[in-house]
Design a protein around this ligand. Structure first.
Ligand code: HXC
Length: 271
């Protein structure tokens, strides 16, 4: 049977560190590692392979380059999606986030720079986040006329509490590493120099434990925090996201981003 480490990916790099630590690197640095559909498809394949690979005990998920972990979903690709395509796009991101959250081994998000929109959402789906001192988090979606669509509407509140999540999602305000630490979004903040190596050291401590016990603890903790079914939340969020696609504010917000200008939104409408 072929190993996931033998597969070739366009937008991902996969490395195996001993003992049993997989390093999964988002590799689209020219677009600040933004998530397009092709990358989401590759992530799905890579994560399913990592979940099944018995030599892998811990996964470290990070972004290529010094600037970004993931600067969000790809705005260039999203900007002309129909409502139906919006649902499908949100669902494909949810699939990846769900794999991160439920795979039978821990995934550590090593956030090395911008983690905006879908970037913060993917980090939140990991077991926990270790941030470089250069990390910047945020949910800027409402400034694009959309909402978080890869789980931010439920996972951010779980991490930082509902009032803080509401403030961050309504304002789109960015959060630097020190504030992220203060509000409980990240577990550690480490120097930018030697960041990935230091995260791998954290992973090593986990990799040295009983993989079965760690896996059982993970599955229980995931189950216990999901009072409302995950699929219900996924469905509700994906459809709410889809309803915004094609709206005036979505086109205006993403058009303004592409044209590098300030958006001129319509005001409250029924979407
Ligand atoms: C597509 C992106 C991108 C994105 C950056 N780029 N973020 N392309 N989608 N999310 C591209 C830029 O267009 C640019 O390409 C290149 O990456 C470098 O970015 P710059 O903007 O020139 O860099 P800088 O001035 O340093 O600003 C960095 C930044 C900014 C603050 C991260 O790029 C930014 O605000 N990006 C968008 C962040 C965002 O809104 N994310 C949320 C997306 S919505 P060119 O070709 O011009 O060099 C989302 C929804 C998730 O994530 C749910 C969906 C269902």
């Amino acid at each position: 049977m072929s190993s996931v480490f033998d597969k070739s990916f366009e937008n991902l790099v996969l490395q195996l560190e001993t003992p049993g630590i997989a390093v999964l690197i988002l590799n689209r640095p020219r677009a600040l590692n933004a998530l397009n559909s092709a990358t989401l498809r590759e992530l799905r394949v890579a994560l399913m392979g990592l979940a099944e690979d018995s030599t892998v005990r811990v996964v470290v998920f990070t972004g290529e380059g010094e600037k970004a972990f993931i600067a969000g979903a790809d705005i260039a690709e999203m900007k002309d999606l129909s409502p139906g395509d919006g649902v499908a796009f949100a669902q494909s991101g949810h699939e990846v986030a769900k794999l991160l959250e439920t795979m039978p081994k821990p995934v550590i998000a090593a956030v090395n720079g911008f983690a905006l929109g879908g970037g913060t959402e993917m980090a939140l789906a990991c077991d926990f986040i270790i941030a470089s001192e250069k990390a910047v988090f945020g949910q800027p979606e409402v400034g694009l006329g959309i909402i978080p669509g890869f789980g931010g509407c439920f996972r951010l509140a779980r991490a930082v509490g509902l009032p803080r999540a509401k403030e961050l999602i309504y304002s789109g305000r960015r959060v630097k590493a020190d504030e992220a630490m203060a509000i409980g979004l990240v577990n550690h903040v480490l120097p930018a120099e030697g960041f990935l190596k230091a995260v791998i050291e954290h992973a090593r401590t986990i990799a040295g434990q009983s993989a079965s016990a760690v896996s059982k603890a993970k599955s229980l903790m995931v189950e216990f925090t999901e009072a409302m079914g995950l699929n219900t939340k996924i469905d509700a969020e994906a459809h709410a996201f889809g309803r915004l696609m094609g709206s005036f504010d979505q086109r205006e917000g993403m058009g303004a981003f592409t044209e590098k200008r300030k958006p001129n939104f319509q005001g409250l409408t029924n979407v």
